[in-house]
Write a new protein. Sequence first.
Length: 618
Amino acid sequence: MSDMFQWSSKEGYDLIRPILEPTPLPYVPHNDQLEGVGKSLDGVNLFAVTPTGSGKTGYYTIYILVILAVITDPTLCPSAKFPSNPCLLVIYARQSLFSSRCLTFVDHCKPIQAANMKLLGLDVIAINSQSRSDTQRLHNKELGVTARTKPNTILTGPEQLQTAQFEKALRNKEFFDRICGTAFDEVHLLNTWGTSFRKEFQQMGFAKARMSDHYNPWILTSATVHDGPPFDNICKLLGLNYSFHLIHRSSFRPDVRIIFRDLISPISDDSFPEFQFVLADNRPTVIYAKSISLGSRIYTDLLCRAKLTVTSNRIRMYNSLNFESYNAETRELMKKEPADEGYCQIIIGTDTLSVGVAMRGRVDAVLVGEIEDTDELFQKLGRVNREKKAKDARGIIYISAATRKHAEKVVADHDAGASKPGKTPLDLSMPHLIIADCKVKTQDELYDNPVSDPLCTCTTCKDHPRPVRPSPCNCSGYLLESLPVLEPPVRASKVNYNIPKSQHLSKLQKARGTTRLQELRHEIFRDADQSKQWMLPPSFFLPDSTIASVLDNFALLTSEDKIKHLVRPPKHLTVYIPRIFEVLAELTPQFVTIAAERKAENAVNRVARKKAELDHEE
């Protein structure tokens, strides 16, 4: 081969394909993957913006697999100038992608992304604050020292590039010369996280400048990068100066219908009739909750509606508080079909579920809670229907009336030039999407999506062509849904007008009652059968809304039957009504004492005020 051999050419692609055939790579690379890897092998910086599920990890893994193959057999490309002991540095913004409270070279537990790369025969090590701590605890060799010579792939986070250990590694000539590429996944987070709570993101360009520039291209990937200033800012922060090769595919997923629906239940409630349809449809569904608390309440509400116990696999929770073994089991259950034993229909998760987890057969995604920006939204929607098997997959986003009203005001203020100083177009992405007539058109505008993506000629795409855009658009803004009318959940009035004002509880009495009923909640939680109910949070046994309702109606709750009819507790609380009544009987004399003390204090204050007035007159 000539000295001018170019990997990013037909000859280069024809060489990459046979190199990959004996490797454990489980797929035939797409055209855009070959294009990007070819540029990286030529030492050119790569910026790939492709939708979730399109194989972004392949830009890293194929790259290092080709380099390792050429190092092993130099006759494949005699003109190649790769380091003799190459090492690819992969930066993951979200620690959950590569970290699961463990080291990759300790067999008791393996992180998702590291485990996937190990299956390809790569020697991988994950470096983060937890893995370094575990190294010291397990008396293993310091990770920074191990990484200088051992692995060919290092997974880490931006924070670790500023540590003394990484500085020492860079001063080691052997390690310095080994680095053959720096990959950065979810690079769009430079604009969101980097400007707020993770300032080290802003230093990524400086960190890269300290590494070898002999053969160390950027390999940047993201599914969602806003056009205009956000894209320009990423280039500036990383010192690209537009000297890079751009691969830009549409972020729109034609196989997932975008639907916005109204959330009628308060987000702090314990009952969510909106999600009854999930049980009725019996379609595979993943529900993203903004917090673990919200996810727990949705979980328990669906369990009650379906009359299931926590031992059932039909509904499962996935979050960082679960045992890793439980989450790992859930990931395996995701692969099952509806007819399989142990099939899991509904998975309720947080952001942990939206990163590094491919939901193979998931048909629907339901998002509940405040969505901060469209990047977050489309990252989550991109995880469903990864195998494109479902013809009618849906991404359903629930928003409250207050959120919709706020979006209308924010956009109106911006259009009128009355928005707050410092407000950027990025801040307006979600409000614009909420009020848009056509959600897909707005997504295309935000991300400068190409009208159509180049045709891929790989065998996978030939056998299973990529979905085409529906015409006309089927988003909820363009094609309205016909939904049954839901009545807001019935709740006891906060102020019960059947109770004389003189018998309403004071703030001090309510505070004391709340504390005691919360103690009761933990007592019930501890007494529960943990072998069957360990997944249920304490709030399941006595929700905050039930505690508030009990105290609002305290004067009328003179029997267990009145608790049942006035408070209207969830059905699963019926068995605990006697214990609640016992606590109310215990609180009654305490409330009398509080009222008497308050009355005496008021009397003393009145006397003091009257004396002060007389002294002032004299």
